[in-house]
Design a protein around this ligand. Structure first.
Ligand code: NAD
Length: 501
């Protein structure tokens, strides 16, 4: 096993405001490794005053000529340079992300690549963004529909994918001409601060990207209620999303919410079962199940259920759980002790409610596990919609299995939670596959696959999984305001001419 700490641990940071780091505050937030307890980093505990300074810097950068008024081509050049620097620093960023957010470094290598891809894609949007000209309003009237940058964007980000969740927002807002104040999660702020520094090195002007670290109830709330913030873009739990949405409603602030999920995979008896076994395993163990879009419910056609569950459990038992830097670990520790206890309490509650624990379900102990928050992949069988584990997001590697007899019953089960982020459907019958996909209430449907796609595809949820879309062209639109400009050509407006001539 490699040592827990990177060459930079423990890291101590101030905030990043107006192109430079502030001195670390006296009050610091410690981040200990959830895999071995070592001190990894210390972050400044920000205040509402720090938010005021950051917003003032962002507003100055927005109003100045250096960003919102820069040509799209020049913004694209700077975004591409930013992407180059992230790629050059990929290994270091990945190691910091892996130890701080507790990720198997082997399984999360693609995350920095995704960040680079999103930045380059957003650069292409900066270059090609355009409005509309309406020429069918009569011979003497022309209208232009333009998109203008919305202003300063407050970005509030969770701990499970600190960089990926940030980059589903940041490059798109920058491409649109907006500036940003970012509040990373209090446990996982390092990579956000590191990339802010890289942005400055890439030549992105001071004040365009600012980072204030600290508690959600202090820094997050100060951002949400700040009068100079035009848009709040939030990724996190549905509970906090509700509060943020309500707060933004008070001042009619634009808000985008990327929230929790309880996604279901439906497997029909005529599916390629080998592919389905692989896909379902990945869908609930990837990032130890701490994924908003994880496939944490499995809805199996009754005729294949027993065999499928037995074979899935065999595979789940072979998942290697280890330290983020273990070369062969598939999964690592949960984010912290309290979260591990919450996950275990869901499992124990389900067992008490009548579900069967097929595998996992307990904290791992002994040898390399004693200092960390480790749990093995857990499968709960005989789960029914009235159980909490069927309805609520557990955010751990826990799969809940239910069965169906008819297509309608499968769809009804899949749709019967308040969430609507992802769904999966598995069948070799294309008619059945697509007709089922159309009935599933979720922002994304994976058909005979899971967790695939690309930066071009809009991503987001329906129902309590959120409002708004990230990635794709829609991500740029989240950060623009539409303006219609109507132009009279030649003659004066008739009514006006009649009244005052
Ligand atoms: P969380 O809601 O507890 O915290 C998210 C962020 O909000 C953190 O930075 C936190 O400090 C901040 N925050 C907390 N209270 C706040 C308040 N009152 N005002 C403003 N900000 C506040 O979520 P988490 O535990 O960090 O992350 C896990 C959750 O995120 C899960 O529910 C998961 O499904 C969701 N998530 C969703 C997506 C998506 O794209 N839909 C992606 C990743 C994670």
């Amino acid at each position: 096993m490699k040592p827990a700490q990177t060459d930079l641990s423990p890291r101590i940071y101030g905030h990043f405001i107006n192109g430079t780091f502030t001195a670390p505050t006296e009050s610091l937030i410690d981040r200990h490794s959830p895999a071995d307890g070592s001190l990894l980093a210390q972050f400044s505990a920000g205040t509402a005053t720090d938010v005021d300074h950051a917003v003032a810097a962002a507003l100055k950068a927005f109003k100045g000529e250096s960003w919102a008024d820069m040509s799209g081509a020049n913004r694209a050049k700077l975004l591409n340079r930013f992407a180059d620097l992230i790629a050059d620093n990929a290994d270091r960023l990945l190691r910091i992300e892996a130890e701080e957010a507790s990720k198997s470094v082997r399984m999360s290598g693609h995350e920095v690549d995704m960040v680079v891809d999103m930045t380059r894609f957003a650069a292409s949007l900066a270059l090609t963004a355009k409005g509309e000209a309406h020429t069918n309003l009569g011979p003497e009237t022309l209208a232009l529909v333009t998109r203008e940058p919305a202003g300063v964007v407050g970005m509030i980000v969770p701990w499970n994918f600190p960089l990926v969740c940030l980059f589903q927002k940041l490059p798109y807002a920058l491409a649109a001409g907006c500036t940003a104040v970012i509040k990373p999660a209090e446990l996982t702020s390092s990579t956000t601060l590191e990339v802010a520094k890289l942005a400055a090195e890439a030549g992105i002007p001071a004040g365009v990207i600012n980072v204030v670290t600290g508690a959600g109830t202090v820094v997050g709330e100060a951002l949400t209620s700040h009068p100079d913030i035009a848009v709040i873009s939030f990724t996190g739990s549905t509970a906090v999303g509700r509060k943020i949405g309500a707060k933004c409603g008070e001042s009619i602030k634009r808000v985008a919410l990327e929230l929790g999920g309880k996604s279901a995979n439906i497997v029909f008896a005529d599916a390629d079962l080998e592919a389905a076994l692989d896909g379902i395993l990945l869908s609930f163990v990837f990032n130890q199940g701490e994924v908003c879009g994880a496939g944490t419910r499995l809805i199996l056609e009754e005729t294949i259920a027993d065999t499928f569950v037995t074979r899935l459990a065999e595979r789940a038992r072979r998942i290697r759980v280890g330290h983020p830097f273990d070369a062969d670990a598939d999964m690592s520790a949960l984010i912290h002790e309290a979260h591990l206890n919450k996950v275990l309490s869901y499992v124990n509650g389900a067992a008490a409610d009548g579900a069967t624990v097929v595998c996992g379900g307990q904290r791992l102990s002994g040898d390399k596990y004693d200092k960390g928050c480790f749990i093995a992949p857990t499968i709960l069988n005989n789960v029914t919609p009235d159980m909490r584990v069927f309805q609520e997001e557990i955010f751990g590697p826990v799969l809940c299995v239910s069965t169906f007899k008819t297509v309608d019953e499968a769809v009804q089960l899949a749709n019967s939670t308040d969430y609507g982020l992802n769904s999966g459907v598995w069948s070799k019958d294309v008619d059945k596959l697509l007709s089922t996909a159309r009935k599933l209430k979720s922002g994304t449907v994976f058909a005979n696959t899971y967790f695939e796609g690309g930066v071009q595809l809009p991503q987001g949820g329906v129902k309590t999984s959120g409002v708004g879309r990230e990635n794709g062209l829609d991500a740029l639109h989240e950060y623009t305001e539409l303006k219609s400009t109507v132009v009279k050509l030649g003659k004066r407006q008739p009514a006006l001419a009649h009244t005052i001539a």
